[in-house]
Design a protein around this ligand. Structure first.
Ligand SMILES: Nc1ncnc2c1ncn2[C@@H]1O[C@H](COP(=O)(O)OP(=O)(O)OP(=O)(O)O)[C@@H](O)[C@H]1O
Length: 296
């Protein structure tokens, strides 16, 4: 654990970021997974980190979550420079990470998973089951999550419901920052919409939310700030009022790369004109669920 330096004052913003990376770099042997990455996570804001495969998103999460240390630059948490040596340290600093596979115990009940690792004790060896069930029910209700039977194995719930429970759990146990690793990646349109709503609830509860995604439509529905990573570097860093959904989509789809590809293809086959905007970018479905407008 280290708490040596304090963060320099952030230009243009009176509030200190809860979490801030400055020129962060990470290499695995001779593979440079991240270089010169700067970004900040602020209270009550959703910071979206977008990037294609291999962009460095997982590496970034692992640094914030205490699974890997960075080897260049600085990371500040609540204004103090930190190098986490374990996930416990990251969690102890108020950073909760919800992974895509959720790390839940599928055969255990909803309430048991809600309290997993934080059980309410009763007597010397017992657990206060009644309290845990009651609190779990109350917390899920507060978030508007309706699970009629909390004794159900969590594995029987939908992917969206599980994500929402993981978010509610992080809020209840006092997280200041919640990192969501592609929470909508494996979900259909409707369920993605539900998860996006809970992302906004986490934001409204005052957490700094880091939303990792491939999907610019999902990001734009809830994001206050957008960071696009490409091959380990930040290629776009913009507030909501500085970037449109079209620009975000274009950047994610590799607008320049597609234009270059189109030129190459045209050069190889001059008779055939390829319009980059017609090239299939993969599924970027936008949920149709009504979401409140994002404030900045
Ligand atoms: N443990 C590791 N050892 C060596 N190289 C790694 C390791 N983890 C990641 N990398 C490399 O670092 C780069 C960034 O990978 P990372 O997994 O962070 O990207 P990503 O954006 O999460 O990609 P994806 O969306 O495919 O998971 C890639 O080139 C990857 O091969």
């Amino acid at each position: 654990m280290s708490a040596t330096k304090t963060a320099p004052t952030h230009e243009g913003g009176p509030t200190t970021a809860i979490l801030e990376m400055r020129d962060c770099g990470k290499s695995y042997g001779n593979i440079q997974a991240l270089r010169g990455v700067s970004m900040s996570v602020r209270q009550g804001k959703v910071t979206c980190v977008l990037g294609d495969n291999g962009a460095g998103k997982s590496t970034l999460i692992k640094i914030m979550a205490g699974l890997h240390d960075y080897n260049a630059g600085e990371m500040y948490v609540n204004g103090e420079e930190r190098h986490f040596s374990s996930p416990r340290e990251s969690l102890g600093s108020g950073i909760a990470t919800v992974y895509q596979d959720l790390a839940l115990a599928p055969l255990m009940s909803v309430w048991r998973n809600f309290f997993l690792g934080n059980e309410v004790k009763k007597g010397l060896f017992g657990m206060d089951i009644a309290t845990m069930k009651r609190v779990c029910g109350e917390e899920l209700t507060k978030m508007g999550i309706v699970i009629p039977d909390l004794d159900r194995p969590i594995g029987s719930l939908s992917g969206g419901q599980k994500q929402c429970i993981a978010i509610a759990r992080a809020i209840y146990f006092g997280a200041k920052v919640i990192i969501l690793d592609e929470p909508t990646a494996a979900l259909g349109v409707k369920q993605s919409g539900v998860v996006l709503k809970y992302i906004m609830k986490a934001r409204d509860a005052g957490l700094g939310v880091v939303f990792i995604t491939h999907n610019p439509h999902h990001a734009y529905l809830v994001g206050n700030h957008f960071v696009i990573l490409k091959l380990g570097r930040v290629v776009l860093d913009a507030h909501r009022d500085e970037v449109s959904l079209d620009e975000l989509t274009e950047e994610m789809a590799g607008g320049k790369e597609l234009a270059d590809l189109s030129h190459e293809l045209r050069a190889a086959d001059p008779g055939k004109v390829v319009d980059p905007s017609t090239v299939e970018h993969g599924s970027i479905d936008a949920p149709t669920v009504d979401l409140p407008k994002v404030r900045d």
